[in-house]
Design a protein around this ligand. Structure first.
Ligand code: PGA
Length: 249
């Protein structure tokens, strides 16, 4: 399976700044042929991604979506709008949305259905909130995934990328989780979602303070199919360096 390395910019980079980011990143990405790359800008910068990434192998998509199809939902963005724009991926269930917008697993499940129905793929974030022994963390993550994915048929699971993101490892001042711990959680997730054929298998990527120094050891861990990068990808050169990381100790 090819490594998958992606970034969500969160609420960073205006459309103009996004254009500058792509101007630097696209030539660097051309040299990265052994990895599946994706970028999730803010809604206003999505059309910049579409224009700047046309003809490249870099996928792109959105950070959120409405569970509703259309209508009286002021300020929301539907899956059909994102699909029409050309999004390949939609991120769902990030801990910042769960925390700041009180998103429940029921809402996340509805969003996943909306994304799949519109023909796009899901990046589903999950992770324990506080540091916990690994077995307890696995229990929390599996329970969350079971709730969020209850309505996804086994043959559709390959369209869901799971991002394991321990909340305590995300953001400024934090450090990535220990690679061995990450590997154990990933293998438990893969075991739980291992229904269906091999082509239907979900990829499991790790997110939480990933940088170029931590990437090789994380990627070397069996079960880690890729990385999901936040603040350390806001510099396109830094993201290209992470994307070029090879598994190693
Ligand atoms: P971070 O964000 O890399 O800035 O910790 C990761 C994430 O939230 O996906």
């Amino acid at each position: 399976m090819r490594r998958m390395i992606g970034t969500s910019w969160k609420m960073n980079l205006t459309p103009s700044e996004a254009a500058d980011w792509f101007a630097v990143f696209v030539p660097l990405a051309a040299g990265l042929s052994d990895v599946d790359l994706f970028v999730l800008p803010s809604f206003p910068a999505l059309s910049v991604a579409r224009d700047r990434l046309a003809g490249t192998a870099v996928a792109w998509g959105a950070q959120d979506v409405s569970p509703y199809a259309s209508g009286e939902h002021t300020g929301d963005v539907s899956a059909a709008m994102l699909a029409d724009l050309g999004c390949r991926y939609v991120e769902v269930g990030h801990s910042e949305r769960r925390r700041e917008h009180a998103e429940t697993t029921g809402l996340i499940s509805s969003k996943i259905q909306a994304v799949l129905r519109a023909g796009m793929d899901v990046i589903l974030c999950t992770g324990e909130i506080e540091p916990a022994p690994v077995q307890a963390a696995i229990g929390q993550v599996i329970a969350d995934l079971d709730a969020c994915l209850a309505d996804v048929p086994a043959d559709q699971l390959g369209r869901v990328v799971v991002a394991y993101e321990p909340v305590w490892a995300i953001g400024p001042g934090r450090r990535p989780a220990d690679p061995q711990r990450v590997g154990r959680v990933h293998r438990a997730i893969a075991g739980r979602l291992g229904r269906g054929s091999d082509s239907a298998r979900s990829r499991v990527v790790y997110g939480g303070s990933v940088d170029a120094a931590s990437a090789p050891r994380l990627l070397a861990e069996p079960g880690v199919d890729g990385l999901f990068v936040g603040r350390n990808a806001l510099d396109p050169r830094a993201f290209a360096l992470i994307a070029s990381a090879q598994p190693g100790r």
